[in-house]
Design a protein around this ligand. Structure first.
Ligand SMILES: *Cc1c(COP(=O)(O)O)cnc(C)c1O
Length: 227
């Protein structure tokens, strides 16, 4: 078994344990393998071990990998910052975008989504822990951006994404993830119909699962340390 296959087993078992510990079914949680800085061969190894959904931060790196792996039935998620001059590449090549943080980006992605492709599945990135120079929309601005995004023809708004600062311990991680969960529930109480809460990485996936995450983005625990 390759190291990546072995790591994937371990991550899936961490997810299953965390889910069962809080009465959730492991199947209700999607695992995204974050392959940034790893090559197409690493992605092939993960695919051979049953992994089909992959996340990329850097647009050009992601597009190159998508092309190199076009023979495999993979789902690609853009999880990094998107400058205006990169929206076309994202709209043409990715299946999901987690990092919508302003209307302009959402509008360009919708306009540039090729005819004949499924709508781009999108999440709004929320600055849940209030870092002043962090990307992501302030929690109080999410409802308006969500409604505007839902009005765009070639996007399908699925939910929220967060990247909190590393927490000092489990309680701190739980506190911040639970704020995201409350925001998610509040938006759904307003009728938004969201089904995706993208939060939790290698270091905090247990806290994220306990707080209701539906999609984990895990890199290091699957592929190893990045340079
Ligand atoms: C790199 C990255 C991840 C994965 O982080 P790990 O700690 O390596 O699991 C998840 N989400 C985003 C947005 C990232 O940039």
């Amino acid at each position: 078994m390759t190291m990546i296959a072995d790591n994937l087993l371990r991550v899936r078992s961490r997810i299953a344990q965390a889910a069962l510990a809080c009465g959730r079914t492991p199947d209700s949680i999607v695992l995204l393998a974050v392959s940034k800085k790893f090559d197409a061969d690493a992605v092939r190894q993960a695919f051979a071990a049953g992994q089909t959904a992959f996340g990329e931060n850097y647009i050009q790196e992601g597009v190159d990998k998508i092309a190199a792996l076009a023979d495999l039935p993979l789902q690609w998620h853009c999880i990094g910052p998107i400058q205006s001059n990169k929206t076309r590449l994202v709209a043409e090549h990715f299946d999901w975008v987690h990092s919508i943080d302003r209307l302009k980006t959402a509008q360009r992605l919708s306009e540039q989504r090729p005819i004949g492709k499924a709508p781009l599945q999108v999440c709004i990135q929320v600055n849940i822990d209030g870092g002043s120079n962090k990307s992501g929309v302030a929690p109080e601005a999410v409802l308006e951006l969500a409604r505007q995004t839902q009005g765009l023809a070639h996007l399908h708004l699925r939910g929220l994404m967060t990247i909190p600062e590393p927490a000092v311990d489990l309680d701190a991680a739980l506190a911040v993830h639970q704020r995201a969960r409350e925001l998610f529930d509040a938006l759904n109480a307003q009728g938004l119909g969201l089904d995706t809460l993208s939060m939790g990485m290698t270091g905090d996936l247990e806290a994220a699962v306990q707080s209701g995450s539906t999609m984990l983005r895990v890199g290091t625990a699957i592929f190893g340390k990045r340079d």
